[in-house]
Structures are given as structure tokens and as C-alpha cells.
Design a protein around this ligand. Structure first.
Ligand code: NAD
Length: 297
């Protein structure tokens, strides 16, 4: 039985660890949050009291943490000093490319195999085991990474060497942030024009306005039952995390000399929504700002 240390059991990591346990893998789970640990235990994982304990005899270590600073600290202070050198280390968090490369270099220098493997698909896909993984790793390590991720994945693609998975993720999420705002603007306009937003969803889903934000994650409650819009925009992908990703994209654009003006606008609008109190809500809740109904959140 594959022995996996799973660190970070939040909105995404909780469902991902549960799917690993369902696949009969032995999961030693750790999170700073007690409710997250209890939930993992109920889903078939073994909750442990520290990262050192989780990684001690691990064959695979998977991290699903909020941002670059958490990943850097957890790897330097806890994982690299305590895991066996044979362990395959996989970070599934969305972080900046530079942090991914720094952690990869530290892991390699210490004798480990490492992959950055951020995900796309949201909490519904995390729960269903149908995430898309984009992987940055050395070519010979990819087969082992793909196998380790299998119970959580619909598709696993190697983007290139260390950091390439994060580059793919940041570009993907810039598309997502921009497209969600576009869908929200259109729904708010449809409503003003007296068009039922549910009817608009039905029509645009079968027309050229079709996109993931509309058809798989509709910000208007009703048409997509699994979307966070049906549960008061709780859970899902927090606005604060989307804002983090859009900032990462802008920093990367500035450093590389790329032009990303719509990404900059999306970052500005999410920053405004965050300041209005939307930071903890799912990112599709920006619809309420576009409708001028922030009080309904
Ligand atoms: P989350 O805030 O729900 O979960 C993060 C978890 O990490 C929390 O439970 C927190 O207690 C834990 N944590 C923080 N520091 C820790 C430490 N030092 N040791 C152990 N646990 C620690 O966030 P999430 O929504 O699960 O997102 C996780 C990552 O996945 C982020 O990088 C995010 O950008 C990315 N992501 C999220 C989604 C989504 O839809 N939520 C989709 C794709 C990617």
C-alpha cells in the first residue's frame, strides 16, 4: 500500500486526500486546523500531530497550501529535514514560479525528486477526483508523479521542467479571472435588459459565449447545481486566492515583459471586491458587485 503524507486539508486538499484514501492508499494527514483534520480522519485518512510525523516514512509527500510563503516554510523547516530521501515530493498548491523553482532546487540539492503540480477544476473536481494537473518536473520522474496523482485526477500533463506547472497554472487562472468577470458583466446586463439570467445561461451555453465560468461554474444560482452560487458563495475558490493568482500573473508579466492589460483590469476588480468584504467568498460572487447588490452577500 502506497504511504502518502498529505499536508494541507482545506477546501481542495480535504477532497483530494479523501480520494487517495478511497483508492486504498495509506494517508497520513496534517493541517493546522483541527476541523480539517477531523474531516480527513472521517474520510479514511490517519490524522497526525505534526508534519514531521506525517512525512517520517512516506513514499510520497503531497502539499496543498495557500501560497508561496507557506510552501517555502513547510519544505525548508519540516519536509526536507524529516522525509526519507526516497520520497517523491509533490506540491499541488498554486504559487509563484520563483518559489516553485527555489523549493525544487532545495529539494534536489537534498537528494529528493520534486514536482510542482498545481491543479485546475475547483472543489467539485477535487471531491470527485477529476482534477487536471499541470506538472513541472524532470522528465524521468513524470511517470511516478502521474501514478501518485491518479486517484485525484482526470488528466495529468507535463508542462516542462521545475516551475513550468506553475507557469501554466498562472496563465490558466488569468483566463479564468477575466472570463468570470465577463460572464458576470453579461449576466448583470441581461438582468437590466429584462432577460431572465437562467434563460441567458441556456442560450449563451449553446452559443459563442460558452465558457467554463458560464457552463460549469455559473455565478447565477440555479443552472449549475454544484456551483458555489447555490450555497451563498461559500466554499469553492476564495476571491482572496483568485486575487493572489492574478497578482502572480501581473508580477510574471512585468518581469517577463509580457502585456496583460485585461489581467490587470481583472486584478483591479477583484482587489475592489476584496476590499468590499468579498475576500472570503467564492470568486464567482463578484457577480453581486457587478449587479450593485453587494449588500446581498
Ligand atoms: P484553503 O485555505 O481552503 O486550504 C489551505 C489549508 O492549508 C488550510 O486548511 C490551512 O489550515 C492549511 N495550512 C496552512 N498553513 C499550513 C501549515 N503550515 N501546515 C499545515 N497546514 C497548513 O485553500 P484551498 O482552497 O484548499 O487552496 C489550496 C491551494 O490550491 C491554493 O494555492 C489555491 O490557490 C489552490 N487552488 C484552489 C482551488 C479552489 O477552487 N479552491 C482551485 C485550484 C487551485
Amino acid at each position: 500500500m502506497t504511504r502518502i503524507a498529505f499536508i494541507g486539508l482545506g477546501n481542495m486538499g480535504g477532497g483530494m486526500a479523501a480520494n487517495q484514501a478511497k483508492a486504498q492508499r495509506q494517508i497520513l494527514a496534517y493541517d493546522l486546523s483541527k476541523p480539517a483534520l477531523d474531516k480527513a480522519q472521517a474520510a479514511g485518512c490517519t490524522a497526525v500531530g505534526s508534519i514531521a510525523e506525517a512525512v517520517k516514512d512516506a513514499e510520497v509527500v503531497i502539499t496543498m497550501l495557500p501560497a508561496g510563503q507557506h510552501v517555502r516554510a513547510v519544505y525548508a523547516d519540516e519536509i526536507l529535514p524529516n522525509a526519507p530521501k526516497t520520497a517523491l515530493l509533490i506540491d499541488c498548491s498554486t504559487i509563484d514560479v520563483e518559489s516553485a523553482r527555489v523549493v525544487a532546487a532545495q529539494a534536489k540539492a537534498a537528494g529528493f525528486r520534486f514536482a510542482d503540480a498545481p491543479v485546475s477544476g475547483g472543489t467539485a473536481a477535487a471531491d470527485a477526483g477529476t482534477l487536471a494537473f499541470m506538472v513541472g518536473c524532470e522528465e524521468p520522474d513524470f511517470a511516478a508523479v502521474e501514478d501518485a496523482l491518479k486517484p485525484m485526477s482526470r488528466v495529468t500533463l507535463r508542462a516542462g521542467d521545475h516551475g513550468a506547472g506553475q507557469a501554466a497554472k498562472i496563465c490558466n487562472n488569468m483566463v479564468l479571472g477575466i472570463s468570470m468577470i465577463g460572464v458576470c458583466e453579461a449576466i448583470a446586463l441581461a438582468e437590466k435588459l429584462g432577460l431572465d439570467p437562467v434563460k441567458f445561461h441556456e442560450i449563451a451555453s449553446q452559443s459563442s459565449g460558452q465558457c467554463w465560468s458560464l457552463t460549469s461554474y455559473c455565478p447565477w444560482p440555479g443552472p449549475v447545481p454544484a456551483a458555489p452560487s447555490n450555497r451563498g458563495y461559500e466554499g469553492g475558490f476564495a476571491t482572496a486566492l483568485m486575487l493572489k493568482d492574478l497578482k502572480l500573473a501581473q508580477e510574471a508579466a512585468a518581469k517577463s515583459g509580457a502585456a496583460a492589460p485585461l489581467g490587470a483590469s481583472a486584478e483591479g476588480l477583484y482587489a475592489l471586491f476584496d476590499r468590499m468584504g468579498g475576500g472570503g467568498k467564492d470568486f464567482s460572487a463578484i457577480l453581486q458587485m457587478m449587479r450593485g447588490r453587494i449588500d446581498e452577500l
